[in-house]
Ligand binder design. Structure first.
Ligand code: PLP
Length: 371
């Protein structure tokens, strides 16, 4: 299990005396909408505290099938939905379905570090494909072809991207599904930020799935600021949906019942809080971009998720990880070094727009003050 480069910064931040401006974690600065909390409270009060079906409560699975059909624009039945303990556990179920010891999974670089961790737990091998600045941070099909071996089982795709904030166009998403078709591999689509885009349309891989090979992971964590409630969901093709539910029995039995009641309330209740949060991230993005422009620091303007990928190649010397530790020690600002997301992140850092505006702007000011 590789050590997380973000965790290293977190540990160092905890050891410091005095306040630190934390721009390193993806934890929303909001609380869940009140009606969501109320639904969980009511579920506890009503004694809704027993085991529920492995794949999730029927009403929630129905509501999720409707949400995927209307928002993500591909049809799934409630039987194809498995409720999971956050999006991460949906990824774990999907990877458990496909990966045996020695199997290879193509993962993005830079990409969320947890992908490699889960694949490692399954004794598979993560194989990184690059998302480079000089290719517009999009996957390159020739490179993907060159990484295939007879052990390749799956390609993992993440849009909107953590850490890049990129949003793939429909053409790019479709080309990746066709790549999976051509090589008869699974495609796992991590769409945990599907509700968080700014002036860009999120396009789901499931829309292009003609050969039943796309599995899609979603989450309530970011959309409704419900990170601690731990609810996500996986959609999978009919042929393996039952297996996904069985895997849930082996891993967690079922997701906590009051959290599922809260998730149902989140889906059925007013969506205004989602718009308010998205708007706040959008404003923070614009303010942060302006501050970086003022300092002459280049960055990738995010169109989704809530991260800002900042180009420090001219400032960070040979190691962004060391630069981030020194930023923490001298300026008391924690950022995630790009290499925490893969070697392609060398020279870059990820700033979280989930921090509040004042922290974000003060953090950027201090980055500018770094010698
Ligand atoms: N996928 C990506 C890219 C993420 O950044 C995260 C959380 O940070 C997740 C999935 C899973 O989040 P959760 O398990 O809280 O739903």
């Amino acid at each position: 299990m590789p050590r997380s480069g973000i965790r290293q910064i977190m540990d160092a931040a905890w050891q410091l005396d005095g306040p630190v401006i934390g721009l390193h974690v993806g934890e929303p600065s909001f609380t869940p909408p009140e009606h969501v909390i109320e639904a969980a409270r009511e579920a506890y009060a009503a004694g809704d505290t027993h085991y529920v079906p492995n794949a999730g409560v029927g009403k929630l699975r129905e509501a999720l099938a409707d949400k995927v059909s209307s928002h993500n624009k591909f049809a799934v039945s409630p039987e194809q939905v498995v409720v999971s303990a956050g999006g991460i556990q949906a990824l774990h179920v999907a990877l458990s379905l496909a990966v045996s010891e020695g199997d290879e999974v193509l993962i993005p670089d830079p990409g969320w570090p947890n992908y490699a961790m889960i694949i490692g737990l399954l004794r598979g091998t993560p194989v990184r494909y690059s998302l480079r600045a000089d290719r517009g941070f999009m996957p390159d099909l020739d490179e993907l072809e060159s990484l295939l071996t007879e052990r390749t089982r799956m390609i993992l795709v993440n849009t909107p991207s953590n850490p890049l904030g990129t949003v793939m166009s429909g053409d790019v998403v479709e080309s990746l599904v066709r790549f999976a078709d051509r090589h008869d591999i699974w495609l796992l689509s991590d769409e945990c930020y599907d509700a968080l885009t700014f002036d860009a349309e999120h396009v789901s891989a499931g829309r292009f799935d003609e050969q039943s090979r796309v599995l899609s992971a979603f989450s309530f964590s970011k959309t409704y600021a419900m990170t601690g409630l731990r609810v996500g969901y996986l959609t999978s093709p009919n042929a393996v949906a039952g297996v996904a539910a069985k895997i849930q029995e082996a891993l967690i039995s079922c997701v906590n019942a009051p959290a599922q009641a809260a998730a149902l309330a989140a889906l059925h209740g007013p969506q205004e809080p989602v718009h308010v949060m998205r708007h706040a991230y959008h404003s923070r993005r614009d303010a942060a971009a302006q501050a970086l422009d003022g300092l002459g620091i280049p960055y990738l303007n995010p169109r989704g998720a809530f991260y800002l990928w900042v180009d420090l190649r001219d400032r960070s010397g040979h190691s962004i990880a060391e630069w981030a530790l020194s930023l923490l020690a001298t300026q008391k600002v924690a950022v995630a070094p790009g290499t925490a997301f893969g070697p392609v992140g060398e020279g870059w850092a990820r700033l979280s727009l989930a921090a509040d505006m004042a922290d974000l702007l003060e953090g950027i000011r201090r980055i500018g003050a770094m010698k």
